[in-house]
Design a protein around this ligand. Structure first.
Ligand SMILES: [Mn+2]
Length: 160
């Protein structure tokens, strides 16, 4: 099972189209961590797989819930943009809330810097931004999560 995780596209579709050209359409779930800016329907229709999204701090008029929890394989996943948990200042609030929610994977965005961090049983994933990357190499980034037959899960940051 392959999950494509993206974030902070800020209204632009071209980087996402490049990602799909690269990964192929054989994707089992698409996750968008927010700052979608009006392109929600495009993402919902882009692939024939379930799509999970939350609004970001720039999705002012969105009626979608700001937090969602769901399962991927055996993983309990919490998805939130992250600004409410002050992720720009560090991941402590996010970790506290993840533990209170008893999830093992947190997906977030907002910082425009890709992160894969493991802390005990908790895995924190930020795919970075496909439109306005802020990490050192300034390349648009995303994460591919791959769950193997035996349940082992790999996470990889990829760059356009
Ligand atoms: Mn953003």
């Amino acid at each position: 099972m392959r999950v494509l995780i993206i974030s902070d596209t800020h209204g632009r579709d071209e980087p996402f189209n490049k990602v799909i050209a690269r990964t192929g359409r054989d994707i089992d779930m698409l996750v968008h961590c927010g700052d979608i800016e009006g392109r929600e329907e495009m993402y919902r229709r882009s692939l024939s797989c379930p799509v999970r999204m939350v609004p970001g701090n720039n999705d002012y008029f969105s009626m979608m819930p700001k937090d969602v929890q769901f399962e991927i394989g055996d993983h309990r996943v919490w998805l939130t943009h992250g600004h409410i948990y002050r992720v720009s200042l560090g991941l402590e609030y996010l970790k506290d809330e993840a533990r209170a929610r008893d999830v093992d994977v947190v997906m977030f965005g907002h910082t425009h810097r890709p992160v894969i961090e493991r802390d005990g049983n908790l895995t924190l994933l930020n795919p970075g931004s496909l439109t306005y990357p802020r990490q050192e190499n300034r390349r648009p980034s995303y994460i591919v999560m791959e769950i193997k037959e035996n349940g082992d899960t790999d996470y990889e940051i990829k760059y356009l």
